[in-house]
Each structure stands twice: as structure tokens, then as C-alpha cells.
Design a protein around this ligand. Sequence first.
Ligand code: NIG
Ligand code: FE
Length: 413
Amino acid sequence: MSILITNIKSLVCVETEMHKWVAGKDMQNLNTIENAFLLIENDIISDFGKMSDLNQDDFKGETIDAAGKMVFPSFCDSHTHLVYAGSREIEYGDKIRGLSYEEIAKRGGGILNSAKLLHNTSEDSLYEQSLERINEIIGFGTGAVEIKSGYGLTVEDELKMLRVIKRLNENTPITIKATFLGAHAVPAEYKERQDEYVDLVINEMIPQVAMEELADYIDVFCDKGFFTVEQTDRILMAGMKYGMRPKIHANELDYSGGIQVGVKYNALSVDHLEFTGDDEIKSLLESETMPTLLPGAAFFLGMVDPPVRKMIDAGLPIALASDFNPGSSPSGDMKFIMSLGTIKLRMLPEEVINASTINGAYAMGISDTHGSIAKGKIANIFITKKISSYEYMPYAYTSKLVDQVILNGKLIS
Ligand code: NIG
Ligand code: FE
């Protein structure tokens, strides 16, 4: 099966030389080809270039005329919690009345609330609810997504979540990576025995998750009021013994030491990073760890933003992800996340596009196959509606601009 897209106004994020990520000043560069074609054969991008170089004579597949439209590589959303049960708009009211995220969590709300709901939800219903969210983000232009466990907090319920993630991966065209996040919160019954819960994560959860091969990565919420650096250290070491590379929540609520412990264990990414100072930047600069920002969470919770300009100016790469979850970011709309990146974080349009595509792909371990328009990469792309420029994508911050989606070389919508 072949698809030829012709008359593309602008083909965005073109790579002729492969990069694992884009960092520092280079984040301001976005390679494009104007008046372009893109050829997809089977599930692979096989050719692209200027329309003037296209010879269509022997072409036998489907042709899509994209006049006036742009083609982007699909978004790579490298941090979500989109497998969850129900919703938490009740806490939304509490937040508006002035309670902080930590105060809600301390009262047994927050993550523990979602864990209770998930416990009372069957695996099939959890699958159906999560499938709706997957279909929604496919329509938003996302072609690869990382999904975490972490609303189970018991051996059975963590496995239930990870099995749902596996089923979603088997039954949907989106690329999925799974992360085990048993250390997302301490269940109420372990309140005074936090280290015993850490023991449960290490001695029971991790070996079972590994035995069923349910997770690619391991995560810990290393922050004030959640898990300490020492506990994170133990959990990451245990996960790594089973081949799970760390990708952790760090420095959302304080200078938690999370960034440094992530770097120490060669984490693929450290995520949130609202509290990032000179020491944290230095440690990231000496690493292979992708600093990942989740502007949806700081926006929704009304919290401080990370010092992104300082980080990019120091030479770091940045990835943006949605953090799609019921408590701090109930949206998986990566186009809106790009808008938050520009409006709230003062990132440039080119920077937010790189951060949501190639750098997001790196942060989920797939930048050799996803995240840009390059020959041989998986054909995960979207075609926009007719738009005036690529800057229009983050600028028109509520317009639905994704027109057609192609995943694994197949037209989805
Ligand atoms: O990334 N910070 C920790 N975990 C999630 C929130 C989870 C929740 O509140 O349900 C986050 O923001
Ligand atoms: Fe998160």
C-alpha cells in the first residue's frame, strides 16, 4: 500500500541527517520544504522532496492533494497517565476555592482518590474508558504516547493498569511505551510505614511487572510529600536490574534532588522541573537525560513555571508532554500544550514544535523511528487544514487544525 501526498504547502520537521535530539540554539531551527511531496510505502516514509522533483508517472497507490495544507510528523507525547478510571472534577472545585495540590493529596484526595476509583473498576471498563482517550489524542495528531501505571498502588491493580496499556498497544495504531509507576503515592494504609510500601514496590511489584514484560520504563514521584531521594534511589536500582530505564517525576513541588538522582541512573528523561536551578542545569548538561516540561500541569494547578529560557540558553534540549491525567492535567491535546509552551513559557514556535516531536520521541526511546520526517522512519504524520504558516499552529490556540491522520502508513481519519 502506498500513499503519495502532493502539493504540500510546507513539509515540517524534515531531517536529512538523523539527530537523537535537538538542543540549545538548534531548537530554533525547523527544517521545512515548501511545495513538497511525501511518499509513504507500507508503513514507512520512503521519499520526499520538492514537487518539481516528483515523477508521478508510474505511481499506483492513493494520492492525497494537500494544496494549502502542511504536513507534520505526529506528536510524540512522552509523559501521560491516560489509563485512569472516572474523573476528579470534585477536587477541581476545591482547588478553585484555594486548596493546594499537596493539601488535597494529604486529605486522601488526589492520586489516592483515583486509586480507589480504579480499584472498583473492572479491567474491561478501564480499557474502554482509556480507549476513548487514545482515540481522542489520535485525532489531536499524537502518533506515539507513553502511558504510566500508578493509580493501582497494589500488586493486582498495578498489573491491571499495565495489562490495559498492553491491550491498548496491541489494538490501536498509535505507538505506546509503558512505564511502571508503583511509587506514585503512598497508600493510606502505609501512611506511617512508607518504607514498607517501598519494599512492596521493590520486592513484589517490580519482579511481577518484569515477569509479565509489562513495562519499558520505571518512574518514581520524587518530590516533597511523596518519595525521597533515598527511596527513589532504591526503586530505580531495583527496576534497572530488570532492564527498566528510569523516566521520573522530579522537582515539581520543590528542589527535591529528583533531577540529580535521575541523572545518576541515566534516566531517559526527568519530568516537570518547575524547580530547576543552576545545580540542576549543570547536572543535566553532563547527561543523556531529556529535560521534559509539562506546562499543562503548572497551568491547571496555577503553579510556577520552569525557567525554560535559562535551560535552553544553557544548551539543554527540552521536550514538551501533556501529562494527561485526571488530577493535574485533564487534557492530551499536544497542540494546546505547544500553545502553553509559547504563551506561558516564552518558547518560540520552532522550539515548541521540536520539543513536541523529535525531543518527545527521544524522551520515550523512539527517536530513531519517530518524531521527524526522515526516510526510513515510521509513517506517522498528520495533514493540517489550510493554514498560513507553521507558527499558526501554536498561535490559534483552540482551533482544531489537524485534518487527516496517517499512522503506520494507513489513513486513520
Ligand atoms: O504528573 N505529579 C504526579 N503525578 C501526576 C498527577 C497525578 C494526579 O494528580 O492524578 C502529575 O502531575
Ligand atoms: Fe505525571
